[in-house]
Design a protein around this ligand. Structure first.
Ligand code: PSU
Ligand code: MN
Length: 308
C-alpha cells in the first residue's frame, strides 16, 4: 500500500495528474491561520479562480478527519477555517493527525510534502517560513526549510515573511541546498515589501526558464525544492516606514505576551492586519494572488514538452 492510498484526491486533480496536465498546489495554513475571517475563504476561492483562468487545475491541500485531502472543497475548507483551534500541521504531525482523526491546516512544509507525494510539481504560497529573529536563543527555524531541502517541487513565494531574520534564512537556505532563483528580480523580495537588500545569485526572466531549471535539477538528481522569488510590484507594496513601525510594535507585543513557537507567525501577521487598517491584509492577498498566477504559468511550462 502506498503512503498516499488513503488520501483523498479530488477527481479533477487526479485526472490532471494522470494525464500530465498542469496542477498548482495551494496551502491551507495561509488561509486558516494567516488571514482573518471571512476574507480568508474568499481569498481561497479567488486563488483557485486565478489558477483556473490560466487553464490549470488548482489543488488546495488540507487535512480533514486526519486524512490529507488534495483539492479540498470550498465547504470542507470553510468547516476547517471555522472550527476552533484547528491545528497547523507540519509533515511530522501527519501521522498523529491520522491516528487521532483530527483536522488541520497544512503549512508550506506539509503542503509541499503532500503535493510532491501525489505527483504535483508546482506550489504557490505567500512567504515561506524561515529563521525567526532571536533564533540564537529560541532555536526557532521553520520546518519549511528542512522539508524543502528534501522535497523536489517548485515553490513560488515572495521571499520569506518579513517578520523573520531574512539574512539568517538565506544562509540556512544555502546550507540546506534549497534552489533559489529570482523571477525578473536581482534581489530577494521582502514579502510585504518589493525588495530586501539581499542580492540573488540567479534570475529567471520567464516561467519557461524556471521550468528548464527545475527539469535540470531533477535530471541531475538535485532533490531539493526550487524556490522562485516573486516580488510584489513597488506601487502595491506596504509603505516601508509603516512596515518597519508595525514590525517593531508587533515584535514587542509578541514578547510582552510571551508568544512563541507555532503561534508566533500567526500572531505577528494578525498584529499587522489589525494595526494597519487592512493595508497589510490587502498586500498579503495581492502577494499570494501574484504567486498563484506565476505558479500556474510555471506549471503549464512544466507540463509542455521539454525542449532541453
Ligand atoms: N505565507 C503567508 N501567510 C502564512 C504562511 C505563509 O502569506 O500564514 C504560513 C505558511 O503555511 C508557512 C507558515 O508554512 O506560515 C510558517 O509557520 P512557522 O513559522 O511556524 O513555521
Ligand atoms: Mn517555528
Amino acid at each position: 500500500m502506498s503512503k498516499t492510498s488513503n488520501w483523498v484526491i479530488a477527481e479533477e486533480v487526479a485526472h490532471a495528474i494522470r494525464l500530465g496536465d498542469p496542477v498548482v498546489a495551494l496551502e491551507s495554513t495561509l488561509i486558516v491561520h494567516g488571514l482573518p475571517s471571512p476574507r480568508n475563504l474568499e481569498v481561497a476561492q479567488e486563488l483557485e479562480a486565478i489558477v483556473r483562468e490560466a487553464g490549470v487545475v488548482p489543488a488546495t491541500i488540507a487535512v480533514v478527519g486526519g486524512v490529507p485531502h488534495v483539492g479540498v472543497s470550498a465547504n470542507k475548507l470553510a468547516q476547517l477555517a471555522n472550527s476552533p483551534d484547528v491545528r497547523k500541521l507540519a509533515p511530522r504531525d501527519l501521522a498523529m493527525a491520522k491516528v487521532f482523526g483530527v483536522p488541520g491546516a497544512t503549512t508550506v512544509a506539509s503542503t509541499a510534502f503532500i503535493a510532491h507525494a501525489v505527483g504535483i510539481k508546482c506550489f504557490a504560497t505567500g512567504g515561506l517560513g524561515g529563521v525567526h529573529r532571536g533564533y540564537q536563543e529560541s532555536f526557532d527555524e521553520s520546518n519549511d526549510l528542512t522539508t524543502l531541502a528534501a522535497t523536489p517541487i517548485v515553490v513560488v513565494s515572495s521571499g520569506v515573511k518579513s517578520i523573520l531574520d531574512v539574512a539568517a534564512t538565506l544562509e540556512r537556505m544555502e546550507s540546506l541546498g534549497i534552489g533559489l532563483v529570482g523571477y525578473q528580480t536581482d534581489f530577494f523580495p521582502g514579502f510585504y515589501l518589493s525588495t530586501t537588500e539581499f542580492r540573488l545569485e540567479w534570475r529567471c526572466e520567464s516561467a519557461h526558464e524556471v521550468a528548464q531549471v527545475f527539469r535540470q535539477q531533477r535530471e541531475i538528481g538535485v532533490s531539493s525544492a526550487l524556490v522562485v522569488a516573486n516580488s510584489i510590484k513597488p506601487s502595491a507594496q506596504l509603505d516601508p516606514s509603516l512596515h518597519d513601525e508595525l514590525l517593531k510594535q508587533a515584535l514587542a507585543a509578541a514578547n510582552a505576551n510571551d508568544v512563541s513557537g507555532k503561534a508566533i507567525t500567526p500572531f505577528l501577521l494578525e498584529y499587522f492586519h489589525t494595526n494597519s487598517a487592512g493595508q497589510s491584509l490587502h498586500v498579503n492577498v495581492e502577494i499570494v494572488k501574484g504567486n498563484a498566477r506565476l505558479a500556474a504559468e510555471i506549471a503549464s511550462s512544466l507540463a509542455a514538452p521539454s525542449d532541453i
